[in-house]
Design a binder for this molecule. Structure first.
Ligand SMILES: [Zn+2]
Length: 319
């Protein structure tokens, strides 16, 4: 027997739920768990089949708003300590495979909300729009809804994407797996994409007046980005400074300041702001840094050559 999948690893568990949803096939799922194509010949087949069934029960079901199916209560196959080992070694189970096979990677508890969120996001990314159209929204969690909105946006269904995000943002914002700051920024950007600039500005102003689950400076940062994007330097300056007053260590705030100064051909100060953004991003998490650094480096290169900012190019790279 080869190695089996270790379901105690959150990523492996999430991947198993993805397979359970997309494969819809007990035998294929069991083969994947066992890393054994001929899983039905495997002496431990009853266990692999059992775990496959459990995973299929727990898998997020699109037709149920990505909730799990009601779980069947079936006991795990049991082998007594003194029974002959199923591997047919002739030894007692306790002297052979008991500790090896019914050890860590064979345990399967209920997935944590974080594991479910990980799996759901993968399943939605892999699902065609026709499947997503049939997901009942009233049963779906906010994580599911934001993932569907992102899929709709990527698929060019901008109005549907906007409708979903508005509903989520208007809700209680209790879901701990959602970055509210991120979705506020996306919603404002998507409104601009849909040529609803006034609505975007008003939305951000309302958020700034009554922030929920985000800091006021984070909303100020979105307003700054909005005005930089619109070429409204006066308002951009006001909101960049407000964002920086609120958080002087956030690299994106310094980057926005750089963009503003850059657009005013204030080369040296723009360079200083971009350099500060790079310095501050060293304290950022890996994925945020990976996103920030190329943007800032490109702008910095342009400002050093006293070239006007080529925003078009940067936005394309961003997408
Ligand atoms: Zn054995």
């Amino acid at each position: 027997m080869g190695s089996t999948k270790d379901l105690n690893q959150p990523e492996v568990f999430a991947e198993a739920l993805v397979h359970a949803t997309l494969l819809h096939d007990r035998e294929k799922l069991a083969a994947w768990l066992a890393e054994d194509e001929n899983v039905t010949d495997n002496p431990f087949w009853p266990w692999f089949a059992y775990f496959a069934d459990r995973l299929i029960d727990m898998a997020p079901q699109p037709e149920h708003g990505f909730q799990s199916r009601p779980t069947r209560t079936v006991a795990a196959p049991k082998i007594g300590r003194n029974d002959p080992c199923p591997c047919q070694s002739g030894k007692k189970f306790k002297q052979c495979h008991m500790d090896k096979e019914e050890s860590v990677d064979w345990k399967l508890g209920s997935p944590t909300p974080a594991i479910k969120a990980m799996a759901v996001s993968r399943i939605i990314q892999a699902s065609p729009v026709e499947v997503l159209d049939k997901v009942p929204h009233e049963m779906a969690s906010d994580v599911v809804l934001t993932e569907i909105a992102a899929a709709y946006h990527n698929g060019g269904k901008l109005e549907d994407a906007l409708g979903i995000i508005k509903k989520v943002l208007d809700g209680d914002r209790e879901d701990p797996h959602i970055l509210w700051d991120y979705w506020i920024a996306r919603y404002a950007e998507w409104l601009v994409e849909a040529d609803k600039t006034t609505e975007s500005e008003q939305f951000l102003m309302d958020e700034y007046d009554a922030p929920r689950k985000v800091a006021a400076w984070q909303v100020a940062q979105k307003l700054a980005a909005y005005y930089v994007d619109q070429g409204d330097t006066e308002n951009a300056e006001t909101w960049v400074d407000t964002a920086l007053e609120g958080n002087n260590e956030n690299p994106f705030n310094h980057y926005l300041k750089g963009l503003l100064l850059h657009s005013l051909s204030n080369w040296e100060e723009a360079e200083a702001s971009y350099s500060m953004a790079l310095k501050m991003s060293e304290n950022f998490r890996e994925e945020e840094r990976a996103y920030m650094t190329p943007l800032v480096e490109e702008a910095l290169k342009q400002v050093k050559n006293k070239e006007p900012l080529d925003v078009e190019e940067i936005e394309e790279e961003e997408a």
